[in-house]
Design a protein around this ligand. Structure first.
Ligand code: PHE
Length: 361
């Protein structure tokens, strides 16, 4: 190595180190890991007034022989310009990387699952009512409707309630204040049976209807009672309708509603508007009739009342009992819902607590 090359060697060395450091810093910049503090440190290391490598090289010019000073000085100045350019470039990249990081922190992550707005769902009573309606529709029934404020005649008289029947007791229902007297006296219907009368009066047999709806009784609220609840009633009138049709119809519906294995049992009972009248029980679908809490160990769940329409009721509906016969049935929608979903307390159906309503029915 000649003398001139030897004098320039430290500058060449520094230049190589500068190149290495710069590409290392650029590598970090390309993954967003270069900070402005890194660039400041780089600048101090190369151009700092006290310890900067370039400054140190410049200071050494005093030791360089006079006729080499120009070349040496030029080489160090070139290095200095290179270091300055590197600082400027790296500062730009660090600033960009920091801005990008800041923006990324603020940005919406479109890959996150969305927060869904709360969506309402059907009330369990609506679900059960629709299931009952669907089951009867498959048998050719129509859904009928009637007023919740009824006359005494439609709710009681036409349905063959004797004047002294306990269900007519003032305390069994709610009467409308100043709602008239006698057979026109207005009250809140205690069952959906008055719609039987209204339907018979408004059309000719054959009649096949079910009547879901809200009914009222003067009961105090407890886990099994409510002054407002829901029933579904049914009425079939035609020529040659028999008790066997009643049983077959209800059996078919219970199989749809509960299970293919559901059986029904009739027990004698009294309702003034049917003769004979029966209590209808369905085999317990919860224990397969082994006996459980739901069926109180009996294997059967009483679920509705039914019977052959009383001839007097047909007459009150304007239908000739000599020619036509029919059957009727009725039960509580709330009770079916409680059974099907294992709802322990009737009040849950009416309190509108979303923790209850938000379940999947
Ligand atoms: N209406 C009766 C009740 O409310 C139920 C019923 C309807 C019974 C039709 C027989 C026939 O309890």
């Amino acid at each position: 190595m000649d003398a001139a090359a030897e004098i320039l060697a430290p500058v060449e060395d520094a230049r190589r180190r500068l190149g290495e450091e710069r590409s290392e810093a650029e590598g970090r910049a390309s993954v967003g890991a270069l900070t402005r503090a890194d660039v400041d440190a780089f600048k101090v290391r190369w151009l700092g007034q006290k310890q900067g490598a370039v400054t140190a090289l410049l200071a050494r010019i005093r030791e360089v022989p006079r006729d080499e000073k120009a070349r040496y000085g030029e080489a160090v100045n070139a290095l200095k310009r290179e270091a300055e350019a590197a600082v400027e470039r790296l500062a730009g990249r660090a600033t960009a990387a920091e801005r990008e990081a800041r923006e990324r922190a603020l940005a919406v992550d479109v890959t996150l699952p969305p927060r869904l707005a709360p969506v309402g769902r059907l009330h369990p009573l609506t679900v059960v009512r629709r299931k009952v309606e669907d089951a009867f529709r498959t048998l050719g029934y129509e859904v009928a409707d009637g007023p919740e404020i009824e006359t005494d005649w439609h709710n009681f008289g036409a349905l063959n309630f004797p004047p002294d029947h306990p269900a007519r007791d003032e305390f069994d229902t709610f009467f409308v204040k100043d709602g008239g007297a006698g057979r026109d006296r207005l009250l809140l219907r205690t069952h959906t049976s008055p719609v039987q009368i209204r339907t018979m009066l408004s059309r000719k047999p054959p009649i096949r209807i079910i009547i879901p709806g809200r009914v009222y009784r003067n009961d105090a609220i407890d886990p099994r009672h409510s002054p407002v609840f829901h029933q579904v009633e049914g009425l079939t009138v035609g020529e040659g309708i028999t008790f066997a049709d009643l049983k077959g119809t209800l059996a078919a519906v219970f199989r749809q509603l509960f299970s293919e294995a559901a059986k029904i049992r009739f027990g004698p009972t009294f309702f003034p508007f049917v003769e004979p009248g029966v209590d209808v029980a369905v085999s317990c679908v919860f224990c397969g009739q082994k006996g459980c809490r739901v069926c109180s160990g009996s294997g059967w769940i009483e679920i509705m009342g039914a019977g052959m329409v009383h001839p007097k009721v047909l007459e009150n509906g304007g239908i000739d009992p000599g020619r036509y016969s029919g059957f009727a049935f009725g039960g509580g929608i709330d009770r079916i819902a409680m059974l099907v979903y294992g709802i322990p307390d009737l009040r849950l159906l009416f309190e509108n607590d979303v923790r209850f309503l938000d379940r999947t029915w």
